[in-house]
Write a protein of this length. Sequence first.
Length: 242
Amino acid sequence: MAELICRILRAESWFNRLLFSAIFAICVSSSAQAQGTIGHSDCCGRQDVILIRGGLGYWPGANALADEFRCLGYAPSIIYGWEAGATARKIACAHQRCKMAGGVIIVGYSSGADAACILAQRLETYGIGVKTMVLIESTLGTPVPGNVDYCINYYASRKLDMIPMFRGIPVEAESPCTIIHNIDVKEFPEFASQLKRNHFAIGSTSAMREMATGAVVSRQPAYVSSPDTAVIGSVPLLPVLR
């Protein structure tokens, strides 16, 4: 965000200043709308799900995925990758006040998947674990920290895998205690519909939203007010993981 402000100030033409100012306004507006209260154990009792956008805030399907999580009984928040540190502090504050309902859930797309691992690293410094992490098309393959209990990484291997901004690659866990599954959609007939999607579109498909929500619900069913009111919903079966 600071870099964007500097570009506005350095812009030579009024057109560029107007363009960068418009982008800045969109980013501020989106951030204000996306950032919600973290920690709901003393109100609705919903579990928090942190959704992290890709580079420059790109993830057209983020709002749709948030809506699906909300319908399933979770409390989603959408953040940018550069907000990982601030979000970690918010989670730590809510955790200290015993306001976190259930464990931490993180979903990241593209470079947001790498930011998800950075967020988990920050949480590790506070002594907070991550129960479930869902990564979609991790671009750098940032290792999954040892405080993550379970991680599933969806990606599609492509000919352009040498270019980070066009690819999704496997990730590794720093700890043997972390359960991790790397799912190359090309290897599973169940995900054949994803093969026609490139890196910029695969994270916004209805099938990927179903896989992401299914992975979370199968690990941590949402609790709206008490364990007796768990929202299970329709959970798609995961393929046999080889």
